[in-house]
Design a protein around this ligand. Structure first.
Ligand SMILES: NC(=O)c1ccc[n+]([C@@H]2O[C@H](COP(=O)([O-])OP(=O)(O)OC[C@H]3O[C@@H](n4cnc5c(N)ncnc54)[C@H](OP(=O)(O)O)[C@@H]3O)[C@@H](O)[C@H]2O)c1
Length: 264
């Protein structure tokens, strides 16, 4: 092979998702690969976080994450949404990313309905202030009303701004308590929670010991800057160990599915 051949970049868009771990496989059924484990089917909530990060750890460029992903990342994103009972997101992310209601393609929706789930998961947004805009598509176009998890301090503002288009629940005094938030979702019948960030909310759930899985897309990009990482907030008392369930790849994007190792 001539020397230039050895370092010629691979042509993008030529592959479908393949598995690298635990066993190399040339094709992957994403719904099967991300199926909820049987151990998560009890009464307790199961929390899976999905994030995309650059190689240098940034999860946003100019305040948004959209430019970091890939077609494969968007397929994984859709599959994870289709499996969840509810999507949980911080108000900062919902505002920054211009969240709308979750929408699924025909096939994912059909498979969801076969499993006895609703057409699409509702979205629960966490806000301390309760300052939300009920006229945005997030509220106005939702088939199933969003859930607003707020504080005693933010409850009046939340009821005023979105009380007629959302289910408002108080889950803390001046911060939303992650345990109370999951209890509220559980009471509404939502046990499988897909946490979509942002880093502030992720940090709260991790520090509370409530994260079960992390699905992390590693995007082959570098951006530098001072952008946020997957988790924000104080450093953990000791690093959290994660075990690999699988590692998939497409177009140089890596898709990790990792499970939090329980501490005895
Ligand atoms: N790459 C990715 O996969 C990805 C995913 C998600 C987000 N992001 C990026 O992350 C950035 C947003 O970060 P962020 O830290 O602002 O995100 P965030 O955690 O979504 O938002 C913080 C806000 O959410 C509310 N909040 C979160 N946890 C709370 C709690 N325990 N109690 C009360 N309120 C709580 C508060 O809202 P109020 O102000 O209403 O009180 C707080 O100001 C954006 O740039 C977004 O693009 C990237």
């Amino acid at each position: 092979m001539p020397p230039d051949e050895a370092c010629r970049p691979l042509e993008p868009g030529k592959w479908t998702v393949r598995a690298l771990l635990p066993q190399p496989r040339s094709q992957v059924d994403l719904l099967a690969a991300y199926a909820v484990p049987d151990s998560a089917r009890g009464d307790r909530s199961f929390v899976r976080c999905n994030m995309v990060s650059t190689l240098d750890g940034a999860i946003a460029v100019q305040g948004r994450s959209g430019s970091l992903g890939s077609p494969g990342d968007r397929r994984v994103f859709g599959v994870l949404r289709s499996l969840a009972d509810v999507i949980l997101v911080g108000a900062g992310t919902a505002r920054a990313e211009g969240y709308g209601p979750a929408r699924l393609g025909d096939e994912l929706r059909a498979r969801r309905v076969e499993r006895g789930q609703s057409d699409a998961p509702p979205i629960a947004v966490v806000t301390g202030t309760g300052e939300l805009d009920g006229r945005t598509p997030f509220f106005a176009d939702a088939v199933e009303p969003p859930i607003v998890l707020t504080t005693e301090l933010g409850a009046a503002a939340a009821h005023r701004s979105v009380g007629d288009v959302a289910r408002v629940r108080v889950a803390g005094a001046n911060r939303v308590d992650p345990f109370r938030a999951l209890d509220e979702l559980n009471r509404l019948g939502h046990r499988h929670v897909l946490l979509e960030g942002g880093p502030g909310l992720n940090g709260d759930l991790v520090r509370a010991g409530l994260l079960d899985e992390l699905c992390l897309t590693l995007s082959p990009r570098l951006v530098a800057g001072a952008g946020p990482r997957v988790l924000a907030g104080p450093e953990l008392a000791s690093p959290l160990d994660l075990d690999v369930v699988h590692l998939l790849e497409e177009d140089g994007f890596l898709f990790w599915r990792l499970v939090v190792r329980r501490r005895d």
